[in-house]
Design a protein. Structure first.
Lengths: 433, 188
């Protein structure tokens, strides 16, 4: 089978790219291993809601039309939203088509699937950033009697044995799961490493509204001091509760959750926690206050002070005098460990030398070194909002511009001289029509 | 990052350009980033010993300090020793203070914050029944370490707190003390 461009993945990223490719009349297919919005359907826990408000899920040519703009979509509503989008834009989705390999073939690419092989000129990887749990190496030393789960397989507290739960990680997944399990009557301990603390609502507006309005989310990857660090910042400690309450370490300890330092080791059946809990909390408190300072300054500068509530600051994270440094699994107080330690993409089917020494795909704002190969939907790909449903559309627009130019050039070269393999960069994208 | 607009350029005596240059170079050449720190030690008498540091390995080659440094350690008279040198646990505190303070100077330089004075006092609690073998439930080491910094600098109190927090985040000795490390001791 032949097409011009193969898009892999029919989530928000692949569909947004499909919309732009259609607008540019670029022939393409969107391959999907399962159904549209597959990860949302099969790899999320029951109570999860989107962390962005309803209004903030603008996809190319599509947006929220309901009467609850500040609410947070349930998983069912999120899936419905993305399914409706796929229908509305008539995306050429090939569902239940698992990609087995992608290889360079001549000037183009060969995409082998369990439903046949595609030849194409360009490939867009839109399979997401959260395919596999990123487990720390200490996870291998956990006593086998302890049950383990990751957020990809956790569904609800009823799945768990009675007894204590250690949640490793205090970013968005970790704190939400800890909150829910503690409320189910199980004692939860959270191992806390570096995290990003923000209030859900600040001065009467959603934190995401502030970040959107002040331009923080539009900050570009070629404008930040240290893009490697920016791409590795943990997810914001946020939940999309219907009452818009804030979730943070203080809200967790107030319902009885215990905090310990980062999980540093497991030796002889005992978990060892870092003595750095106080500092990671201080780092997060200071960083939150700097963000709130930035917001306050922006509000004053843009004459918004009159229309929002007064400036406020929040209590520093409460840390007990001597947090425990050891947890002996043999004592039986903890029956389950949940690894909320982040995720990583799975590119095991990508058979090309495009990875760095840490196994991450090398790209410049989504433009992979291999001409005609693009990646979309990764954290801070081109902007701070790149991994949000609301952010992938702008990235897809710019990358589709680059892709269209690449196809034109390839077509010209095919009739004239051989391809020159010139290096392309972000500035080049901007300059294109 | 804070970018203060001071009249004089900020100078804490730390060459951060060189440090940032090294970070970039070592990101591309991770093998050169692998260092080996070494010390040697000889028993003098009683509870006294003398440790020396001279060479180390880094940037793919053997390196040498400009001079050989030595540390004489002993124990106080109340431990029936001669008190001819610092107690080893005090040398650990000195190591932590040296590491955190160097970090504060470097982070301040990177953030354009002029330091005028930085002082720290450190205190570590210890129940000596552990080392005396008097109670198997008491650990040998510190039961906690408290560090108090007093810093005079051209920055807001929160920016100064952020310096100290960032220094802990990047400190080797802080990491060594707060996290477990496998230690192998052999006899040859």
């Amino acid at each position: 089978m032949r097409t011009t461009t193969v898009v892999i993945g029919a989530g928000q990223a692949g569909l947004a790219m499909s919309w732009w490719l259609s607008r540019r009349s670029i022939d393409h297919v969107v391959l999907e291993r399962g159904e549209v919005a597959n990860s949302w359907k099969t790899e999320r826990w029951d109570s999860l809601t989107l962390l962005t408000p309803n209004w903030q899920s603008r996809l190319p040519g599509y947006g929220y039309l309901g009467n609850d703009p500040d609410g947070f979509r349930t998983m069912r509503e999120t899936i419905g939203f993305i399914e409706d989008y796929a229908v509305a834009i008539s995306a050429p989705v090939r569902a239940r088509t698992a990609v087995i390999s992608v290889r360079k073939r001549g000037e183009g690419y060969e995409v082998v699937t369990d439903q046949g092989t595609w030849q194409c000129d360009a490939v867009v990887l839109a399979t997401g950033a959260c395919n596999l749990p990123a487990l720390p190496s200490v996870s291998a030393s956990l006593p086998p009697a302890i049950r383990t789960l990751t957020p990809l397989h956790y569904r609800n507290p009823a799945q768990l044995d009675q007894g204590g739960v250690l949640v490793v990680g205090a970013s968005a997944s970790g704190v939400q799961i800890a909150d829910e399990i503690q409320r189910s009557g199980r004692q939860v301990t959270v191992a806390v490493g570096e995290h990003v603390r923000v209030p859900r609502v600040y001065r009467g507006r959603d934190i995401k509204w502030w970040m959107d309005a002040s331009g923080v989310l539009d900050q570009r990857y070629d404008e930040v001091d240290d893009i490697v660090r920016a791409r590795n910042v943990p997810s914001l400690q946020l939940a999309g509760f219907p009452d818009r309450r804030t979730i943070d370490l203080n809200s967790l300890t107030s319902i009885g959750v215990k905090l310990v330092g980062r999980l540093a080791g497991i030796n002889e059946g005992k978990a060892q926690f870092s003595g750095s809990l106080r500092n990671v909390c201080a780092l997060a408190d200071l960083k939150m206050n700097r963000l709130l300072d930035t917001i306050d300054a922006w509000a004053t500068e843009h004459g918004r002070d009159g229309e929002v509530a007064p400036s406020q600051r929040f209590e520093d994270t409460r840390v007990e005098e001597s947090p425990p440094l050891l947890l002996d699994f043999a004592r039986g107080q903890v029956k389950t460990v949940i690894w909320a330690t982040g995720f990583r993409p799975d590119y095991s089917w990508l058979k090309m030398p495009v990875f760095d020494h840490k196994g991450q795909i090398r790209h410049d704002g989504g433009v992979v070194e291999m001409p005609g190969l693009y990646v979309l939907g990764l954290p801070f790909l081109r902007r701070r909002k790149s991994s949000l449903i609301d952010g992938v559309g702008d990235d897809a627009r710019e990358l589709s511009t680059h892709l269209a130019a690449y196809l034109r050039k390839a077509a010209t070269n095919a009739t004239a001289a051989p391809a020159s393999g010139s290096k392309r960069d972000a500035t080049g994208i901007q300059a294109l029509p | 990052m804070t970018s203060a607009t001071t009249e004089k350029p900020v100078n804490n005596g730390v060459n951060v350009e060189a440090l940032f240059g090294a970070r970039e170079a070592l990101t591309k050449a991770p093998e050169a980033a692998k260092f080996k720190w070494r010390a040697s030690c000889e028993w003098v008498k009683g509870t006294q010993s003398r440790s020396t540091v001279d060479g180390f390995y880094g940037l793919g080659a053997e390196q040498k300090h400009k001079t050989k440094f030595s540390f004489h350690s002993d124990h106080p008279e109340i431990f029936a020793s001669e008190d001819s040198g610092a107690t080893p646990v005090e040398i650990v505190l000195a190591g932590l203070a040296g590491c955190l303070t160097a970090g504060i100077a470097a982070v301040a330089q990177a953030r354009d914050i002029q330091l005028r004075s930085v002082t720290a006092t450190l205190e570590a609690g210890m129940d000596v029944r552990g080392i005396l073998g008097a109670d198997p439930d008491v650990r040998n080491g510190f039961d906690g370490v408290k560090v108090v910094y007093k810093i005079d600098a051209d920055a807001s109190p929160d920016d100064i707190k952020a310096l100290v927090a960032q220094s802990q985040k990047r400190s080797a000795v802080y990491d060594i003390i707060t996290n477990p490390t496998n230690v192998t001791v052999e006899v040859k």
